[in-house]
Design a protein around this ligand. Structure first.
Ligand code: IMP
Length: 172
C-alpha cells in the first residue's frame, strides 16, 4: 500500500501564495497579465494565485501530456489543448505546479515565446532544483523541495490524489 506523508501543509501553501501574489503585484504594478496554467497539475495553484493577486488577470490554460508513463519526465511533450487567445504584446506568466528536470517548461516557454508576448515569466508552486537537466529561469517559486515524488494540491500519481489539500510525499 502506498503511504502519504504531509510535506507542505495547506495553511503553509496559502501563506506562501499570498506572498508570491504580493510580489507579482509589485512587479506588474497594475499592468494586466495573462496567467497561463499548465493543465492539469497547475489548476488549483492557479485558482489560488489568481485570487490572491490584485493585478488584473486573464486566465488561460494550455494542456500537455508527456509521452510515456511513470514518474519521470521524458521531455517529449504533446500539446493536447493549445491557447485559445493571442498573447502577442501581452505580459504572460506561465503557471506550473512543479519544475523537475525542466524539460517540460523549456518546451512550453519556446512554444509561448513564438506567440511574441511582451514579457514572459514563470511561476511555479514547487521546484526540485536537484533534478534539473535543462536550465530554466523561474521567476516566482513557492517552495524548493527535495527529490521526492509528491502529490496533492493539483499534483497526481496516475491521476489520483490531485484533490488533497496538502502537498504530500508518496511512498510505495
Ligand atoms: P519536468 O519536465 O521533469 O520538469 O516535469 C514537469 C512535470 O512532471 C510536472 O508538470 C508534473 O506533471 C510532473 N512531475 C514532476 N515531478 C512530479 C512529482 O513529484 N509529482 C507529480 N508530478 C510530477
Amino acid at each position: 500500500m502506498p503511504s502519504l506523508e504531509i510535506l507542505i501543509p495547506a495553511q503553509q501553501i496559502q501563506t506562501r501564495i499570498e506572498a508570491m501574489a504580493a510580489e507579482m503585484d509589485r512587479d506588474y504594478a497594475g499592468e494586466p497579465v495573462y496567467l497561463i496554467g499548465v493543465l492539469k497539475g497547475a489548476f488549483i495553484f492557479m485558482a489560488d494565485l489568481a485570487r490572491a493577486m490584485k493585478t488584473p488577470t486573464r486566465l488561460e490554460f494550455i494542456g500537455i501530456s508527456s509521452y510515456g508513463a511513470g514518474t519521470t519526465s521524458s521531455g517529449e511533450v504533446r500539446v493536447t489543448k493549445d491557447l485559445d487567445v493571442t498573447v502577442e504584446g501581452r505580459h504572460v506568466v506561465l503557471v506550473e505546479d512543479i519544475v523537475d528536470t525542466g524539460l517540460t517548461l523549456a518546451y512550453l516557454m519556446k512554444l509561448v515565446e513564438q506567440r511574441k508576448p511582451a514579457t514572459l515569466r514563470v511561476a511555479t508552486l514547487l521546484d526540485k532544483p536537484s533534478r534539473r537537466v535543462r536550465p530554466v529561469k523561474v521567476n516566482y517559486t513557492g517552495f524548493q523541495i527535495p527529490d521526492k515524488f509528491v502529490v496533492g494540491y493539483g499534483l497526481d500519481y496516475a491521476e489520483d490524489y490531485r484533490n488533497l489539500r496538502d502537498v504530500c510525499v508518496l511512498e510505495e
